[in-house]
Design a protein around this ligand. Structure first.
Ligand code: FPP
Length: 254
């Protein structure tokens, strides 16, 4: 457990899902899973050990999210900017889906979880894509929690490409200029068909959005914790949900 200060721990006795109110569970929770490298460094381990531990935490938090009835869990696993990291770290991150899915897919299928990917295939190694696509294929008829990996994802690229598509549609005559609406724009985003996140959690103490879902986060509740992602537990997750449930969402109204 981190010794660092965090917004968690205001009521450390509250440590189970039983404290959650059933009628205000967020539909869509998004997480920026940050702090793997620092978690590893603090233990004198290589950075990739932090990513491996972070991968294991994906399973725990997915099960926790499913248990309380969250519909969509979006996890920021690899950004379009992460390609600039040292090649061996990039290679390791690209190998994680191949390790994760064969290990966990049976349980995910049994739990009715559906895998989805938000991001671009271009540039992602074939072996990585195959692992993700197999998981998507195997879970495509599932109707439970959507586990959405933001992988090779960046929001400015997403917004730019959606804009390009809108312009193309107007130029080709399939869309009138006056029919450009927020809905038409949303339909052209990587997250088409998903509701916007109700709650965004970022671990590791950084207070940034880091090019993540800039459009979709317009009215999302934001929670930041100093805990590093590998140490972010189910109880921390439940406490985040409890914090969400204490917020009053006004959407610009009164
Ligand atoms: C940011 O921490 C984390 C990442 C760039 C990778 C996140 C990926 C996972 C947790 C595993 C994903 C699992 C699958 C199956 C795809 P950081 O390395 O920037 O940490 P630091 O800021 O402490 O260096």
């Amino acid at each position: 457990m981190s010794q660092k200060k965090s917004w968690f721990g205001k009521n450390k006795k509250v440590d189970s899902q039983s404290i959650l109110s059933d009628n205000n569970i967020p539909r869509h929770v998004a997480i920026i899973m940050d702090g793997n490298g620092r978690w590893a460094r603090r233990r004198g381990l290589p950075r990739i050990a932090g990513h491996h531990s972070g991968m294991k935490n994906v399973k725990k938090i997915t099960i926790a999210a499913d248990d309380i009835g969250i519909e969509i869990l979006t996890l920021y696993a690899f950004s379009t900017e992460n390609w600039t990291r040292p090649q061996d770290e990039v290679d390791y991150l690209m190998s994680l889906p191949q390790e994760f899915f064969p290990l966990e897919i049976d349980e995910l299928v049994q739990k009715n979880v559906r895998i989805r990917m938000t991001g671009w295939k271009e540039g992602v190694p074939v072996h990585t894509l195959e692992a993700v696509e197999n998981a998507i294929e195997r879970t495509k008829h599932n109707t439970g929690l959507i586990l959405n990996f933001a992988f090779n994802y960046g929001s400015r690229k997403e917004l730019t490409e959606a804009m390009r598509e809108l312009v193309r549609d107007v130029q080709s005559g399939s869309l009138k200029l006056e029919d450009i609406t927020e809905e038409e724009y949303s339909k052209r985003l990587q997250t088409a068909g998903l509701p916007d996140p109700d709650l965004l959690i970022r671990t590791s103490g950084e207070l940034r959005i880091s090019n993540f879902m800039l459009w979709q986060l317009a009215y999302t509740e934001l929670l930041f914790t100093d805990l590093y992602w590998p140490e972010f537990s189910e109880n921390d997750f439940y406490e985040a949900i409890r914090e969400y449930q204490s917020r009053i969402r006004r959407y610009g109204g009164l």
